[in-house]
Design a protein around this ligand. Structure first.
Ligand code: ADP
Ligand code: MG
Ligand code: MG
Length: 201
């Protein structure tokens, strides 16, 4: 397999950034309902920083590009989600090779999710981004098609609506967190969809 090159890295980063820009208002509205109303702005700021550095990032081999993008997210997103998404991308960069196949990608995503859990002292079932990332990783590992992975991400984000948050700001609301989609679950869904779109789904 040939390395994931500059054009592919540019396309992936651009698709993820455009998804965050297009849905910033929606993410902020979701966070308004069960958090402090800044998730859309946080993600927009983070991906603006990635786009500002894109020529330098995309010129790197995939592992280094992922680490560099993750650093931008840690530095610029702020909030709880910045270090968590930063950890996700940086760990992917550490675990993945320059030309990953499905199994390598699935293993790297599993390691990245474990790193997010360690950083966030969190697990699935707590109404967070992990409730989308974990089922997507499982689908990827099980050989799901791109269309199936998109569907899994959408269903997983929807499934956070009836959940009661026990991590992050939404947990302060207790029972009142029930009935709203988790903003980080939605942003994870959007990022997964953006990647699927570039990979051909
Ligand atoms: P903040 O809550 O600091 O304002 P954001 O609004 O940007 O940060 O991000 C909130 C999202 O971060 C939540 O919707 C949730 O998905 C995710 N999140 C928060 N805390 C954790 C955690 N400990 N583990 C995993 N995800 C978390
Ligand atoms: Mg917030
Ligand atoms: Mg905040």
């Amino acid at each position: 397999m040939t390395d994931v090159g500059e054009a592919a890295i540019t396309a992936l980063a651009t698709a993820m950034a455009e998804a965050m820009f297009a849905h910033a208002g929606e993410l902020t509205d979701l966070d308004q309902a069960i958090g402090d109303g800044d998730h859309g702005l946080n993600m927009k700021r983070g991906f603006e920083a990635v786009m500002a550095e894109l020529p330098a990032i995309a010129a790197k081999p995939l592992p280094e590009a992922l680490k560099a993008a993750g650093m931008q997210l840690v530095m610029k997103v702020g909030g709880a989600s910045g270090p968590l998404y930063g950890t996700l991308f940086m760990t992917l960069g550490k675990e993945i090779g320059p030309a990953p196949d499905r199994q390598e990608l699935a293993a790297a995503l599993a390691a990245a999710i474990a790193a997010v859990k360690a950083r966030g002292k969190s697990d699935t079932g707590q109404k967070t981004m992990l409730d989308v990332l974990a089922p997507v990783q499982a689908a990827l590992a099980a050989g799901a098609s791109i269309g199936e992975i998109r569907a899994v991400a959408g269903e997983a984000a929807d499934a956070t609506v009836p959940m009661r948050a026990t991590k992050g700001r939404a947990s302060f609301l207790g029972e009142r967190s029930i009935g709203h989609m988790d903003p980080g679950a939605r942003s994870s869904q959007l990022l997964v969809e953006a990647v699927c779109g570039v990979l051909g789904g």
